[in-house]
Design a protein around this ligand. Structure first.
Ligand code: FAD
Length: 479
């Protein structure tokens, strides 16, 4: 009787404990992926994630094929599909990688019960995190709410084990239940095909992930500590979608970077800065683990009463990168074109939506969910709450980014803005982050007609700041 190996967000062969365990038993292995849009409800994967998933599944099917294994694709509620498929295949066991979204945890617990009652062994493994959320607790046994002590606690532990190698061989079952064609999952955009920029920017799948990590360790790691804040430099690993889909394990990234830092003292501080970011990912997952509604409701309940504005035109301008603030618009257009945005610019663009436009952070979270290739329930929700000041260990609400100063500091010669907002490309450095302040002769020279080629600011930051602080003050009065 075969082992059903259920893939979901662990789309890799290397360092995949569920896969290793399935093969170790010596039984035939039947890999399966179920597109389950029912269980997550409104949080089913968005457009960019679906594009990625399609290509990642194609890559996984290819890699499994080289091992001699099929990949059975199904669609539907996994709670029904998995036990049915196990019965159909006559499986003795089902094994998978643990998930952390509250609805998936509940679903998986029910599936375990159903399988066990049917005499099928059900086992889950940790293939997503460095540390299971329930194993990291404060001295008095509570989950951490503050990052630095959390980080100290996990940094002090032994690092991850050496990554498991991809298995050299496996046995397929004699008969394979039918599955869908990949195309039948309907994951790709049809018309319009907005995925051209994504195709150019990314190679989904385990090979693409491994190449990114290798390139980062070779070229990006040096200077990462300071350079990670510079959107005009390709200074970060861009591993986030690969990590989200589990095409590479966090342990593999950790081991590679930690090893590079240990081998070369000149890289030690940069390596430490990178490991700390992996620590933020862990921290976000443990927040989600302890707060089921992290993606929907403010962790600080008083923020539920925040007097948000209703401004569909403002929201649309932000989404399309037409706010009139170049650093914000460059970020939003990078997101739309490539499915990714630099972290510094994510913070600036999110702060603009929340504090300059006074629109609810959940509206931005939703847009990111649909457009990011790395859209991740834990990281996205925790980060939006962080910027909004309503999360765990969040930036205080009153710390409001000035989009001009942020642009000048982190994109000093405007090359990031010029790349994504080409209508401003010919403006001199001095004005590229504040075109409305440029003398009209300079604008004319650069071929910029404000209000036509590029919008005037949709809100005056100097006035938006006190407005945001006044809104915050109403909260304090009601709290
Ligand atoms: P690197 O700098 O190379 O970092 C390495 C890895 O560490 C990343 O791949 C990521 O897995 C993790 N990481 C880095 N920064 C963070 C962080 N602040 N929080 C949690 N994990 C982090 N990240 C997502 O993966 N998915 C999201 O949906 C997401 N939404 C965000 C929304 C907002 C408003 C903000 C401010 C940040 C968001 N982030 C999200 C966090 C961060 O911006 C991205 O992880 C990072 O930009 C990915 O690029 P990278 O892989 O080059 O990062």
């Amino acid at each position: 009787a075969p082992v059903l190996l259920w893939f979901e967000r662990d789309l890799r062969l290397a360092d995949n404990p569920a896969l290793t365990a399935a093969i170790a038993g010596g039984r035939p292995v039947l890999p399966v992926f179920v597109l389950d849009d029912e269980t997550p409800g409104a949080w089913r994967p968005g457009g960019a994630s679906r594009w990625w998933l399609h290509h990642s599944l194609a890559a996984l099917a290819g890699a499994l094929g080289r091992l001699g294994l099929p990949l059975v694709l199904r669609r539907g509620n996994a709670e029904a599909v998995i036990p049915a498929l196990a019965a159909e295949a006559g499986a003795a066991a089902v094994t998978w990688t643990r998930r952390y979204e509250p609805w998936n945890r509940a679903r998986d617990a029910r599936i375990k019960e159903t399988l066990t009652a049917a005499g099928v062994t059900a086992t889950s493994h940790n293939g997503t995190l460095l540390h299971e959320p329930w194993t990291v607790k404060t001295g008095d046994g509570r989950p951490y709410q503050v990052f630095t002590p959390y980080w100290r606690a996990i940094r002090g532990r032994a690092g991850p084990d050496r990554p498991l190698p991809a298995p050299p061989s496996a046995t397929a079952p004699a008969s394979v239940p039918h599955g869908l064609e990949l195309a039948a999952l309907d994951l790709l955009p049809t018309r319009p095909d907005w995925a051209g920029g994504l195709r150019q920017a990314w190679q989904p799948g385990e090979d693409g992930a491994r190449q990114r990590l290798a390139a980062f360790v070779r070229r990006g790691l040096k200077g990462y500590g300071a350079g990670r804040d510079r959107p005009d430099r390709a200074g970060t690993s861009m591993l986030s979608p690969h990590l989200h889909f589990g095409e590479i394990s966090p342990g593999t990234a950790w081991t590679a970077v930690d090893g590079a830092g240990a081998a070369d003292p000149a890289l030690a501080a940069d390596a430490e800065a990178y490991l700390r970011e992996l620590g933020w990912r862990e921290f976000s997952y443990q927040l989600l683990f302890h707060h089921d509604d992290l993606a929907d409701a403010a962790l600080r309940p008083e923020y539920g009463a925040f007097p948000w504005r209703d401004d569909p035109a403002g929201l649309a301008a932000w989404q399309r990168g037409r706010t009139g603030y170049p650093i914000v618009d460059a970020g939003m257009r990078q997101l739309w074109q490539t499915g990714w945005m630099h972290n510094r610019v994510r913070m600036v663009a999110a702060s603009f939506l929340i504090k300059d436009l006074l629109l609810p952070w959940q509206a931005g979270e939703r847009w990111f969910w649909d457009t990011l290739v790395d859209a991740d329930l834990a990281n996205n929700a925790a980060s939006w709450q962080w910027v909004a000041g309503c999360g765990a260990d969040a930036a205080p609400f009153f710390r409001i980014f000035n989009p001009v100063l942020q642009g000048q500091k982190f994109d000093p010669d405007g090359s990031y803005v010029r790349r994504f907002v080409p209508e401003l490309a010919r403006l001199p450095d001095r004005w590229v982050h504040q075109p409305w302040a440029a003398p009209s002769a300079v604008l004319a020279d650069a071929g910029v007609r404000l209000g036509q080629d590029y919008p005037r600011p949709i809100v005056d930051h100097a006035a938006a700041r006190p407005r945001a602080l006044a809104a915050l003050a109403t909260l304090k009065e009601t709290a």
